[in-house]
Design a protein around this ligand. Structure first.
Ligand code: MLT
Length: 261
């Protein structure tokens, strides 16, 4: 399979992986600003956006390996790799399998721990509902209020509608596959610690899915992490307060040693 992707800019490569159940379209407000300081590459995960689905067993390793193949195809040996939420989980899977290619990581609105049993059961409930009904409109109604912060829900109807329409457009089988892949992910605290890479941890102050306390714990467990809190943003901080998100990455990238491993 070849993953679909979109890119912008021509500086040092920055690969950003999208959240669930969205696609690279979520980075719309990053292409301009981050494309001025990097070559921003944003793949669609299998079954999302324009990427074909996969027949392999659900595992985030599958996405990590597809991203690795894409880097081969683009001739990118060493990149700054990051992602938001599920994109962060895939970044951790990539570190387990292809860490030699990663110079530094961006971990936005994500967490290093594995799921508790109740979270796994909830993912399986959603996976089965998607395969049985294909009702992505119901999925959107369930997810939007948790993905977006209270400020966005109350004051940014355009963002609410955009996220709702992205979720409605998702492929039910891909949603089910990704839920099962996320449920199977292992704890990644040691992976992140052992990688020892420069890390930028970003969190929306109104994120209820991976709250600031979670981001603080992850940042303080890492040897070389900066933490940035984005005001008036929930879980989808890159969409909800794009300017602050882009500023955080731009300023952190400018301090990253050009020859960091
Ligand atoms: C995401 O935004 O990617 C999801 O909320 C991740 C998750 O379900 O754990």
């Amino acid at each position: 399979m070849t993953l679909a992707y979109r890119e912008s800019g021509s500086g040092p490569p920055l690969v950003m992986l999208h959240a669930f159940p969205l696609s690279a379209a979520m980075w719309e407000h990053q292409y301009g600003p981050l494309g001025r300081v990097s070559r921003l590459v944003t793949p669609d995960s299998p079954g999302f956006g324009r990427s074909p689905s996969t027949q392999r067993e659900p595992s985030l390793d599958v996405i990590a390996d597809e991203v690795n193949d894409l880097l081969d195809q683009l001739g990118l040996d060493a990149v700054v790799l990051g992602g938001l939420s599920m994109g962060g989980y895939v970044t951790m899977a990539f570190l387990r399998r292809h860490s030699e290619r990663v110079r530094a990581v961006v971990l936005a609105d994500t967490k290093a721990g594995a799921d508790a049993e109740a979270a796994r059961a909830n993912r399986e409930r959603i996976a089965e509902a998607m395969l049985a009904t294909g009702d992505t409109a119901a999925l959107a109604e369930e997810m939007v209020p948790t993905l977006l912060g209270k400020t966005t829900m109350q004051t940014r109807p355009g963002v609410v509608e955009l996220v709702r329409s992205h979720i409605r457009a998702s492929e039910p089988a891909a949603v089910a596959w990704a839920q099962r892949a996320m449920a199977a992910r292992p704890d990644s605290v040691d992976t992140l610690k052992n990688a020892g890479l420069p890390a930028l941890v970003i969190v929306g102050e109104e994120d209820v899915l991976t709250p600031p306390a979670e981001a603080e714990a992850m940042a303080s467990a890492l040897p070389n992490a900066d933490l940035v809190r984005i005001p008036q943003a929930g879980h989808l901080s890159a969409l909800e307060h794009a300017a602050a998100f882009n500023d955080a990455i731009t300023s952190w990238l400018s301090n990253l040693a050009p020859d960091a491993p």
